[in-house]
Ligand binder design. Structure first.
Ligand SMILES: CC(C)(COP(=O)(O)OP(=O)(O)OC[C@H]1O[C@@H](n2cnc3c(N)ncnc32)[C@H](O)[C@@H]1OP(=O)(O)O)[C@@H](O)C(=O)NCCC(=O)NCCS
Length: 166
């Protein structure tokens, strides 16, 4: 495993992260442009691994409200690792970091779960998320390229349904 702790992105990371996203998700839509739009939202946070300007992987997160008036979800908007650095533990490390940040914020914002979408045909992503404790929701995700996907969630410790069961 590479010795790389996730850190907040700096401006020099922006262009390489967008290139990484565009390459990683090219089959599903123009994710360089989509991620650029997400990054313009003040609520979006971007974390990376690697030296400034040379990110090997990224994860973008934001609190989003899927149902008007409902609790916000801590959403993992997108994550990706440079193909040359895959299989070394960076993806899991980025995901763990994203979930930790969101879990720490959850009681303050009134959220109780992390969420994310993964395409049905993304076997590696589905395996990573399942092993990190993400479970399927009944709702489905659809990508700009027309692909279908799973919407997954992972409850935080402040989820009242977990407390009822304990
Ligand atoms: C999904 C992705 C982020 C994983 O990054 P990574 O750094 O290679 O992942 P890790 O090395 O941390 O491995 C984490 C887990 O992913 C799964 N995984 C990684 N590579 C795999 C492979 N070649 N085959 C099957 N499972 C694999 C495994 O569950 C692995 O856990 P394990 O090593 O304990 O078995 C990376 O493949 C990627 O960028 N894919 C394209 C973008 C994407 O699909 N993003 C996720 C949806 S938003």
């Amino acid at each position: 495993m590479l010795d790389a702790a996730p850190r907040p992105a700096v401006p020099a990371d922006r262009a390489p992260v967008l290139a990484l996203a565009g390459a990683a998700f090219g089959a599903y839509g123009d994710y360089a442009a989509i991620l650029a739009d997400w990054l313009e939202e003040p609520a979006t946070r971007l974390f990376v691994v690697g030296e400034p300007g040379q990110p090997q992987g990224f994860v973008a997160i934001a609190w989003i409200r899927r149902v008007p008036g409902g609790a916000p979800d801590g959403d993992v908007l997108a994550m990706g690792v440079d193909p040359a650095a895959r299989g070394l533990g960076l993806g899991r490390r980025l995901l763990d970091h994203a979930v930790s940040v969101l879990a720490a914020e959850a009681p303050l914002v009134g959220g109780v779960r992390a969420t994310l979408a993964v395409a049905d045909d993304n076997a590696i992503g589905r395996r990573l998320f399942a092993s990190a404790g993400f479970l399927p929701l009944p709702e489905r995700a659809t990508y700009p390229g027309g692909q279908a996907g799973l919407l997954l969630y992972r409850p935080f410790a402040n989820d009242p349904t977990l407390q009822e069961c304990s």
